[in-house]
Design a protein around this ligand. Sequence first.
Ligand code: SF4
Length: 256
Amino acid sequence: MARQASRVRRGFAARRHVVQFSGGIGSFAVAVRIARRYGTRNLTLLIADTRVEDDDLWRFADDTSRLLGVPLTRVADGRTPWEVFRDVRFLGNNRLAPCTRLLKQIPCREWMEQHADPSDTLVYVGIENTKRDRARIPAIARNWRPWLTRFPLCGKWEPVRTKEQLLEEARSLGVAPPRMYELGFAHNNCGGACVRAGQRQWRHLMQVLPERYDYAQRQEEELRQLLGEVSILRDRRGGESRPLPLSLLRQGEPPC
Ligand code: SF4
């Protein structure tokens, strides 16, 4: 039985293992687990550069690469989310964000098409084991087809770990976690200025990284000149939905 399990494991190790490495702590934890389980010979850390990531994301990614001895495989469309919104004439928001598809999914898929045979490759995604994140699994798996996906942090045998435990795991391996978590952000993506984020995160960005909020506000204003009454956020008080530009949020509208 033990010999059979070891044969199965050797068979898996010979496959290509692609970790969709976002620079977040979940994908770090997944990369470490896959490296421990199957070794690093066939391991790829695939990361998409949106050109607006926090600088410390790249420090964290480089530290992870050094820890595992696996180079980063960096893909990029070349545009920022703001440039995408101008090109597609649509400002992303929490219902529809074309930047995800154009800056992350498509460049990663293009790389996969050139380098990873679907019959011999597993894709690992570092979503954390929360009810909200688990609900995303079917859509993520669908988007990655024909490649097979695995979600190691949500596996049956993996104890549920909090984000703080995952951050501690990185520290214990000598890798300082991305500073965005210490700054109070739940995710380390697009420098905290994600168009899918809600009012709470944008207010937080205004407080802790004001220059980044200013930049996003200017970009949104330019897009409003181009596209009209659009905004990342909506004000839904009173049962009505109205645009809530970052300039108004700055003035304290709507009240917390
Ligand atoms: S993290 Fe947010 S802003 Fe960045 S690409 Fe994804 S949806 Fe767009």
